[in-house]
Design a protein around this ligand. Structure first.
Ligand SMILES: [Zn+2]
Length: 98
């Protein structure tokens, strides 16, 4: 008798941060499941704040999608990103002729 490999669907839990815009923790992580040009997103069911992953791998690891959601909804990461933008904009302002 020969053994073959089969695919299994297993449920597991991933950690997601609450929505940074409204604070809701009702987050939908969705993989459209297309074999080509796949799209996936994390979406707040309350305010529809959305983080898209496009193109997404066709066999998307939902932990990757959760990571994208978390990075876009982590106040610490966002603060650092915005502070960096302020520095860049300040450089542009400083470079303007008087
Ligand atoms: Zn929200």
């Amino acid at each position: 008798m020969k053994s073959i490999t089969i695919k299994e669907l297993k449920e597991r839990r991933v950690e997601v941060l609450p929505c940074v815009k409204c604070g809701s923790d009702d987050i939908d992580l969705h993989d459209c499941g297309y074999s080509t040009f796949n799209v996936a997103y994390g979406r707040c069911r309350n305010c529809k704040n959305e983080v898209k992953l496009s193109p997404a791998p066709c066999n998307l690891d939902m932990e990757l999608l959760a990571k994208s959601w978390n990075e876009a909804n982590d106040p610490k990461i966002l603060r650092l990103k915005y502070e960096q933008q302020i520095i860049e904009i300040q450089k542009l302002i400083d470079a303007l002729p008087q």
